[in-house]
Design a protein around this ligand. Sequence first.
Ligand code: COA
Ligand code: AMP
Length: 638
Amino acid sequence: MAATESRYQEVYQSWKDDPQSFWGEAAKDVSWYKGWDRVFDPYSGQYGRWFAGAECNTAYNCLDRHVEAGRGDQAALIYDSAVTQTTKTYTYSELTDEVATLAAVLVDLGVKVGDRVLIYMPMIPEAVMAMLACARIGAVHSVVFGGFAANELATRIDDAKPVAIISASCGIEGARVIAYKPLLDKAIEAAKSKPASCLILQRPQAEASMIADRDYDWAEAMALNRSRGRKAEPVVVKATDPLYILYTSGTTGKPKGVVRDNGGHMVALKWTMKNFYNIEPGEVFWAASDVGWVVGHSYICYAPLLHGATTLVYEGKPVGTPDPGAFWRVISQHNVVSLFTAPTAFRAIKKEDPAGSYVGKYDLSCLRALFLAGERADPETLKWAEDKLKVPVIDHWWQTETGWCIAGNPVGLGILPVKHGSPTVAMPGFELHVLDETGKRLGPNVQGTIAIALPMPPGCLPTLWGNDERFRESYLTEFKGYYSTSDGGYLDEDGYVFVMGRTDDVINVAGHRLSTGQMEEVVARHPDVAECAVIGAADKLKGQLPVGFLVLNAGVSKEQKAIEDEVVALVRSEIGPVAAFKNVMVVQRLPKTRSGKILRGTMRKMADGEAWTTPATIDDPAILEEIKGAMAARGLGV
Ligand code: COA
Ligand code: AMP
């Protein structure tokens, strides 16, 4: 479709002209118990609140509403597990029933409106049910990704202070069974705040041992409530009440608890399903992500169900379960119309099947578009996907904080011309500017920090959990009147945004957001390490990979290799396997400025083989040469 046929400009302009009418109109697609006093109240919250005064229930909108409207027999959720070779479909009636029964179990466990419930589960339908059961009774869920270690879980437990935890006995990673329960037990032991109860789903691949008077068996509790016919009805919550907390990496070891509210979140997500993704109710939408990430929250759980579409929960990988045709098998088997995943998944497929020979083995005529997000989509991967799948490949730019895409190419409004390397244009609700360090707006094609003019649209975080001050400091103080994305980039003369990478020490490893600062904090705890630096180096498959540099204490006689291995093991046990921290090297000294700041930026350029110059403020230029040599010995920067 040519640019002139897209309704994007007209729709974006209508939002700009009158944001309140725009979102007020979009809100008609959601069912409310009570309407709002104001679409946007600029005087409450940290930068104003959306749909203040309104009352609603997110789970009702995702489930009961569709059953009442006659969609009860339609598929709501398809579970496809490549690792256990099972598939199971839940209709809207069945899913509503499961969620209402589970919600009653939570009530029996003493969970009340506003209580937090932590969810630590693999990619199984029960993870989605757990999220919706919390939403149904007004409890605030906090899902923690399965690849995080016990210590990370403990940090989140202490911040969210959940009254209950929902987990499963294990996850399955390719051919490996990962027991979750020992990690959970260790985390609870380490946490100061102890949950009163844990609801554990036993999976046959690994039976979990239970702790008396604290752990309850999911199947038993559900069977008991079923036999009693006990279900929980949706409770009325305020639009501005929290729906969930999702922890994401910041610049320090303490993760940020991104808060999502109920009302604005529903309005924004529902709007995107037709206008952005071009999905009709009843169609199958597949986000091949994980419920532990924001994409999983928004597009595995909430948005498809708000829209009356069918969501797909896939337990498996793009490759190895069993082959690089896994995605194509799922698409053709379940009639998927749109796939949403991270570019890294496509790089993994392309690496194993460069010719795309597995694509031809399946009938993919149902597929209309591929959506990519989570990291910069490199043009090479984009072109490969376009060439092999013969459908539009849509890059769109996201953050955990925003909950939906800041910029993208809105298929539902009519596709705009694609410029490889750009996730296209700002979505209604987002007014983007590129700023210099002083907050001055920069012109087209000049790189700076990308900022969003306040207020943020519905669906974006109103604050950080229990920490308004950190919210303001992290996002609102750098540039007055703006939310700073901490992403660097530029806008071109057509308003296309180019997102080039983070301006802070957050890195993106296989579509997973991680903090090098946090890794440094863990590495520094090793008794033989005097100081350290962790940088993100470019990686062909995962986008970036962390690389650690260690300076040892004077007089350490232990073999360097042994210390390096211990440091790798330490990060794995403290942060988790998801950190993919495997490359670490002992060096004599770290390059620093005269004021003692480690030159991580220069080291990163060196590792990536980019041009670098010796900064004028450097303390001792010889150190850079030493680092270069150490990197070259590990195959970096050459
Ligand atoms: N539970 C336990 N461990 C997990 C896990 C989970 N849910 N997810 C990942 N891990 C482990 C992996 O097994 C691996 O362990 P290892 O070091 O022992 O091999 C480690 O964490 C690193 O995982 P990852 O970086 O994901 O590598 P991978 O080789 O397992 O998979 C990809 C590579 C590209 C297939 C995978 O990263 C992927 O699909 N990424 C897309 C991410 C995404 O969807 N992001 C959201 C934005 S859309
Ligand atoms: P997360 O909060 O995990 O979704 O990660 C958000 C970060 O991922 C952003 O700040 C960007 O740095 C990066 N990111 C996400 N989507 C894109 C994209 N389409 N293009 C470039 N970077 C992206």
